[in-house]
Design a protein around this ligand. Structure first.
Ligand code: 1GP
Length: 249
């Protein structure tokens, strides 16, 4: 089954959790071990990517090791066209909608698209929206970050993503953010779009993840949570909190 179909099928039943692994942050063998444990904890997919330090070599080696150690879908979460993970199951074909730099809106995309097509990688289109504080991805992406409380702007970008025909909207507070995207921003966006809503950045507490899902997040992404060696119990709790919620009717 294609990855987009897997996501849409799963979301008919329940909310989803995805684990983000940054190839620049740990040796390949550790990335494989984390993916294996994350699969055992019940995460729904592994996303691979990071804002800086991604090379074709560390990317390919990390993806191969993850695929060797678990059977979950592996989705490339790119920061540009400089490296394309050829052996992933799919790629988020994303545009940072609130970047000030055209490179992040369509520049990297036109460069990468022909190769993605040649490789037969499944593209899953995504409107990527950076919310304050935005952290490293907000800086390198030159995002005009959405202020916490500026729900109207978040809603505008999300509706625009849907009008563009994108498959997903991702509200991103940035990896390691001290606060996740505000719940009322998530609920405002949810009320205005029909496509699935991904929320990530700074989510380490299962109760907060549950509240974000109740506010309308369909997919919760966590990365930092698995960077601490002893993450099995917190990850299990996180996954259970999210997956126990049925999708909106
Ligand atoms: C970053 O939203 C993801 O793109 C994950 O963020 O590392 O804070 O979980 P964390």
């Amino acid at each position: 089954m294609k990855v987009r179909a897997y996501i849409e099928k799963t979301l008919k039943q329940r909310k989803m959790h995805m684990t983000l692994l940054d190839p620049a942050k740990q040796p390949v063998s550790i990335a494989g071990a984390i993916a294996e444990k994350a699969a055992a904890a019940g995460t729904d997919a592994v996303m691979v990517g990071g804002s800086t330090g991604i090379t074709q070599e560390n990317l390919d080696m990390t993806v191969d090791e993850i695929k060797r150690r678990c059977s979950l879908p592996v989705i490339y979460f790119p920061s540009g066209a400089n490296a394309i993970a050829q052996r992933c199951d799919a790629i988020y074909f994303m545009s940072m909608l609130n970047s000030r730099n055209v490179r992040n809106l369509i520049g990297e995309q036109w460069k990468g698209a022909p190769l993605i097509k040649r490789l037969g990688l499944e593209p899953i289109s995504m409107g990527y929206i950076i919310v304050e504080p935005g952290m490293r991805v907000g800086e390198v992406g030159e995002a005009d970050v959405i202020k916490r409380g500026d729900n109207n702007r978040a809603v505008g970008y999300a509706i625009a993503a849907e009008f563009f025909g994108m498959a997903l909207v991702y509200l991103e507070a940035g990896s390691g953010s001290p606060q996740p995207v505000p719940e009322d921003m998530v609920s405002s966006v949810r009320k205005n779009i029909a496509i699935p809503l991904v929320v990530g950045g700074g989510i380490t507490d299962p109760e907060i993840a549950r509240r974000l899902c109740r506010s309308g997040a369909d997919i919760v992404v966590t990365g930092t949570l698995v960077e601490n060696g002893d993450f099995m119990d917190p990850l299990r709790e996180m996954v259970a909190a999210i997956q126990s919620l049925e999708i909106r009717s």
